[in-house]
Design a protein. Structure first.
Length: 246
């Protein structure tokens, strides 16, 4: 398997007994399901997950509509501390930080933007959250930067960014002024513009569709924004890039 795999799955009839050569984390985002891990039975929900250790017997079933984020990853990616923490009791009371990260990735996957690189960037943040410790503000800002870069077109309000960094909006403003000498809004605009340039250079998506994904009212609005930021238009940028030697 890949080092990390993230999927959305639903369960209905009881699954046959399973064992995997990797660690599996199941994080429900809707509904409930019953799971049995080596004879230990629990009901999972959006506030209750499970970490199934490598080569561990488990089955799951549900008679209601359900949806879960399922993360498959190599044992080394998880780390000994987390494996030990859930060795005797694999079930997880999800803390607010883990639930935010779960909802975030669920939304990213629904938008169709998730890829292997995105999953590999997000998973260490998720695993760290299972320890239940709050990292320092520098680490939280680094995590916020990673999440925004995974999906810059998400409607990132100041409130949402502050919640992910676990600080107030006023503190978010102050830190950005102090560390980056710009506002969170301008920082976000820069990251979004880089994503736009990446799509113009590396995809065949129509410019109007890129404008829509990026949250602009129409292609003209994107053109105005790009001329201010890059001194060129989307069409000219794409044309210039396509004419460069490969």
């Amino acid at each position: 398997m890949q080092t990390v795999s993230v999927d959305l799955r639903s369960y209905r009839d009881e699954t046959p007994d399973e064992r995997h050569a990797f660690v599996q984390i199941v994080l429900p985002v809707a509904g409930q399901l019953e799971i049995d891990v080596c004879g230990l039975q629990e009901r999972l929900s959006p506030s209750r997950g499970v970490l199934v250790h490598k080569n561990t017997s488990h089955t799951q079933t549900s008679n209601v509509v359900n949806r879960s984020l399922v993360v498959d990853l190599d044992e080394q990616t998880v780390g000994a501390d987390i494996l030990d923490k859930f060795s005797s009791r694999p079930f997880i009371d999800l803390n607010p930080r883990t639930m935010r990260l779960t909802r975030y990735m669920h939304r990213v996957m629904q938008s169709g933007e998730v890829g292997a690189k995105a999953a590999e960037a997000w998973t260490p943040i998720l695993v760290a959250s299972l320890a239940g410790e709050t990292p320092d503000v520098t680490s939280r800002l680094s995590e916020l930067k990673t999440l925004v870069e995974i999906d810059p077109f998400m409607p990132w309000s100041l409130q949402r960014m502050a919640e992910h960094a676990d600080i107030s909006v006023s503190r978010l403003h102050a830190i950005f002024r102090e560390q980056f000498d710009e506002t969170p809004h301008l920082w976000l605009s820069d990251i979004r513009m880089e994503k736009i340039c990446s799509l113009l250079a590396g995809s065949s998506l129509p410019i109007a569709e890129i404008a829509d994904r990026a949250g602009f009212s129409d292609q003209t609005a994107l053109t105005r924004a790009m001329k201010r930021a890059k001194g060129t238009t989307p069409a000219a940028y794409r044309r210039e890039f396509s004419e460069r030697p490969q």
